[in-house]
Design a protein around this ligand. Structure first.
Ligand SMILES: [Zn+2]
Length: 196
């Protein structure tokens, strides 16, 4: 069944997953710059917890700017509007975990069926170590899946989790804007669930 789905999809899906501070955005930025130099028609989207969509740029953790179209996390279908209008060949989606699972899976299926290659990154786990959005499902379906990790700030071993250390209790809280949270990378053993 899975194989048939893949055969039907003309575009290729590449997924980078891991905790925060693992270099996911930096990887996408590098890819974006290479694809642009090769003259591919490419759009980069970023899921936003703010209710605003539009053009802008984002910074990777090493502060290099990345031109991006912000998409409010409750409007993933807007990606299809941008792509349809411009005849895009390749699409990048940063922070895919913020979008509602079923809806972003549909959007990505539509892109792949249209022959568009899709690169996404996202957190597999939220700050409670629970599944975050569609990342894990996309990781399973990917033609290429890369797991990135960071270093646990408590014990120095491989960190595959993100711990919230300030902010509210909602699942989706970014690190900027008025409603923001702070995070650290930790391993499964050292992880503590933030309780406010
Ligand atoms: Zn640890």
């Amino acid at each position: 069944m899975k194989k048939q789905e893949k055969l039907r999809a003309a575009g290729k899906l590449t997924v980078m997953a891991g905790p925060m501070f693992a270099g996911k955005t930096t990887k996408l930025l590098t890819l974006f710059s290479i694809l642009s130099k090769l003259n591919y028609s490419i759009l980069c989207f970023k899921a936003e917890s703010r209710k605003v969509s539009g053009m802008g740029h984002t910074n990777s953790h090493d502060e290099r700017p990345l031109p991006v179209i912000y998409i409010s996390m409750d409007e993933p279908e807007k990606i299809l509007q941008y792509v349809g209008r411009d005849g895009i060949q390749k699409v990048i989606i940063d922070a895919v975990h913020f979008f509602p699972k079923a809806r972003i899976l549909k959007v990505i299926d539509a892109l792949l069926s249209a022959g568009i290659d899709v690169w996404v990154n996202g957190l597999i786990f939220d700050y409670r170590k629970e599944e975050f959005g569609a990342t894990r499902e996309l990781f399973r379906r990917a033609d290429e899946a890369m797991e990135l990790f960071s270093v646990c700030v408590r014990c120095g071993s491989k960190a595959e989790h993100t711990e919230r250390i300030s902010g509210g209790l909602e699942q989706s809280l970014g690190t900027t804007g008025t409603r923001k949270a702070q995070y650290i990378p930790v391993c499964a053993k050292c992880h503590r669930v933030y309780s406010g």
